[in-house]
Design a protein around this ligand. Sequence first.
Ligand code: ADP
Ligand code: MG
Length: 389
Amino acid sequence: MTAMAMACKPDLIIFDEPTTALDVTTQIEVLAAIRDVVREHHTAAIYITHDLAVVAQMADRIKVLLKGSEVEEAPSRQMLSAPREAYTRSLWAVRDFRPAPRTGETAPAPILRIENVSASYGAVPVLHDVSIAVPRGRTVAVVGESGSGKSTTARVVMGLLAPTRGQVVFDGRPLPPASRARPRDLQRRMQMIHQMADTAMNPRQRIRDIIGRPLDFFLGLRGRARQDRIRELLAEIELEPDRFIDRLPGELSGGQKQRVCIARALAAEPDFIICDEVTSALDQLVAKGILRLLDRLQRERDLSYLFITHDLATVKSIADEVVVMQQGRVVESGPKEAMFTPPHHPYTELLLSSVPEMDPDWLTGLLAERAAGRIADAEAAAQASLGGA
Ligand code: ADP
Ligand code: MG
């Protein structure tokens, strides 16, 4: 996309969140490429993003907007070290949502076990001997770059793709590979929330029908009982029932759509939910609201989450355990504390070192270190995994 934008030798390019949907390792390459291109061609650029650590690497000046008005503008270094306005300081602070620590220790028995699962699309193998256990009432985060097999793992669990080897065990019972062969009550107990709230909902259905369908299908609720439950669910995800019940998905913001998708999953009264990149398309303030909501629901209902994400800041805040995937394999797994304490697997090291920091010299420094071979780059990490495999 950058090459296309450069082709007509423009004087100005506007980059609108070009790396928001990318994982950290891919993001670094794109950021470095954009920066080089802008410098080499003496092009001016406006870089729009909600990620302050990214803006710290890319911009000479920063302007902060709130509800259509300017909050402040200053040279990047000045704004990063001494933001003038309270709103700007609040943006700096949202990087960390910290749920209350758990009481009562030793992880409970797993509600879900993925046992030695391999899977392919046609003849192309994608998952290799993947094993993951999700304890009841806990959150297991699955991280890894784009294409590492995270969503494919989710599809196998949900019965949308049959494994070529291995099995999925739910609450002690091995599950039939295809979702339609699973008893309806088991289907009800396992729900999934998708990355793209946009495409996950029928654009012509009103919110009452979107949330009402699982109530009808799984719980047989009709008429008054169904209406009441829809309103309760809307209140539970913090959307005012009267304002939202008759809207279409197109009449909601990104965060509101994701809340409706959460309500639809909750409607089935599940024990276990797969969250596939549920906050990846959202800005940090909205994402924080969603994470807080998921955390509250987990505590109230003893829900278990398999939380797929490429965002390590999210993992740090919500996970109890972490599974790192690369090229269809699990390369590291364990409690979150262990994951964020060295020594790491080289690929985990690469992921951790790729998370942008607020220091404006961070990207330049990292690229120099990698070029000099002092820290792991993508190639070294891949070699190490192949050696280990
Ligand atoms: P992730 O969710 O970690 O980004 P995916 O599980 O979506 O990764 O993809 C893993 C691999 O499987 C990728 O190489 C991707 O190109 C491939 N893949 C995903 N979906 C399909 C499909 N429907 N048909 C063929 N290949 C696919
Ligand atoms: Mg995916």
